[in-house]
Design a protein around this ligand. Structure first.
Ligand code: SIN
Length: 291
């Protein structure tokens, strides 16, 4: 299998052609893994996969996360593979989809749990006529371009990541019972502000406007100016790649060193549906039950 790898942006991202993801030999898998480490986001156009084959490809990179009952997302999970989920704005059982507006603020997936996924995979099944794009930002670049003085301040700091801190439409739609349940399941979590990637050894900024609410040991008010600066800095256009989806694209990204944002830049009367998997990573944080 001869892979053709083409960079997509100065910031991050590469397109990989010539790969049949349902049938990768070890050499092709190793080449894809190496390209992932180098480019952070990989795009595989024109893949013809069943959902299960897509999940099997993801699983080559680690155990799949199972969100199902834990997140009240049972009906979004494939009955034959609990790690395979549908993200869609189509109604589910005549109810507005709970996954219709995920990812509308910059974030690294589930950084609000101690063992966040290292990688996430989306497989595009349908996309509006225009829009429905996803933005990605390179967090190695974000860290590397800070002053030595600020790097010195940030190295060794921890931040509070709180899923309920994000105050988006999905959180606002939760009933008081659901809120209480979520608070119990996902207490605020401390994560390092600068994350060292366990494969590349490089440092990346690991805070996001979606869920990072404070620097540990400081009040939210004290933390806000520094966090606001980092939120703006971390998504400078020169660190980013904007993906325009086509049906049958598979995109995978590295949550340890890249953030993403799902734009609502499309007609909500049109449908956007993705299959989604994510792979479990090491424990990098700890829950703050007393916070
Ligand atoms: C996500 O934030 O995980 C979803 C990204 C997308 O749908 O583009």
């Amino acid at each position: 299998m001869k892979l053709q790898i083409r960079r997509l942006a100065h910031g991050l991202g590469a397109e990989v052609r010539g790969a049949d993801l349902s049938n990768l030999d070890t050499a092709a898998f190793d080449a894809i893994h190496a390209a992932w480490m180098e480019h952070l986001v990989l795009v595989f156009p024109e893949q013809r996969l069943t959902g299960l084959r897509f999940a099997a490809f993801s699983e080559r990179f680690g155990d799949l996360e199972i969100l199902g009952s834990y997140q009240g997302l049972d009906e979004y999970m494939d009955p034959d593979c609990r790690g395979l989920m549908t993200v869609t704005n189509r109604n589910i059982r005549n109810e507005p989809s709970r996954t219709r507006a995920v990812g509308r603020k910059w974030h690294a997936d589930r950084s609000f749990v101690p063992q966040a996924p290292i990688g996430t995979f989306l497989y595009c099944r349908e996309i509006p006529e225009v829009g429905g794009d996803t933005l990605f930002s390179n967090q190695y670049r974000a860290y590397d371009t800070l002053s030595e003085g600020l790097k010195g301040v940030l190295d060794g700091l921890w931040a509070v990541h709180d899923v309920l801190g994000r105050q988006d439409s999905l959180v606002k739609a939760l009933s008081p019972e659901e809120l209480a349940r979520k608070r119990l399941m996902d207490p605020p979590t401390a994560q390092p502000v600068v994350r060292v990637h366990e494969v590349t050894g490089k440092k990346a900024l690991y805070v996001s406007e979606a869920v990072t609410t404070a620097i540990l040991g400081m009040t939210e008010k004290e933390s806000r100016p520094l966090l606001e600066y980092l939120f703006r800095h971390s998504v400078k256009p020169e660190f980013t790649y904007r993906h325009h989806w086509r049906v049958d694209d598979v995109v995978m990204w590295d949550n340890r060193c890249a953030m993403h944002l799902a734009l609502a830049d499309f007609d909500p009367a049109q449908f956007r549906t993705m299959l989604r998997t994510s792979v479990v990573g090491p424990v990098t944080g700890h829950a703050l039950k007393e916070y």
